[in-house]
Design a protein around this ligand. Sequence first.
Ligand SMILES: [Zn+2]
Length: 227
Amino acid sequence: MPSTPRSPAVRLAVAATAVASTLTLSAEAAPAHAAACTGYVGLTFDDGPSSTHTPALLTALRQNGLRATMFNQGQYAAANPAQVRAQASAGMWIGNHSYTHPHLTQLSQSQIDSEIARTQQAIAGAGGGTPRLFRPPYGETSTTVRSVAAKYGLSQIIWDVDSQDWNGASTDAIVQAAARLTNGQIILMHEWSANTRAAIPRIAQTLASKGLCSGRISPETGRAVAP
Ligand SMILES: [Zn+2]
């Protein structure tokens, strides 16, 4: 039995469906490979560097095409200068996160000054450049903390989204937190968290699907901008 030829209307409908699926497919596939960024977010990793966590974190970030700001503790920068240089070589930005991670608001002005100054020296001495960004431990700050930071040319950077990785958040929860980021916003993460490291490929996919790229944090505005 000969096959029944399709009517012109049916053939058009079939062709239209084929075109539509092609368009849908390419629209879905594009963000994963998108070069164009419609916005930028600031990924931040606190409390490094270390020889135990920094190398794997940098590898994961580079493999997924992400750049981040590393808020280093001065004591660890002094102990692991090679990891400070590795951060810089991997294209990361390096910020000051105090020397010993104290509750700065409970310290005298001269103690705050020492925490910040020694960290600037440790990071610069290791080859990480002179930081322009400062994150107080626990996000705890005061007018005194801010003014001491400003004395060293540092802008205080807190965060818009807390990944809660420090509080035992799962990899799923960390990915979901990153998915809440909008243009210009900053997320808090930690370099020592295995769940955070595991979340990096999915964070990259999530950001790409929204046209967001990882950017640097502007000392002038405190927001994420193009690198
Ligand atoms: Zn910290």
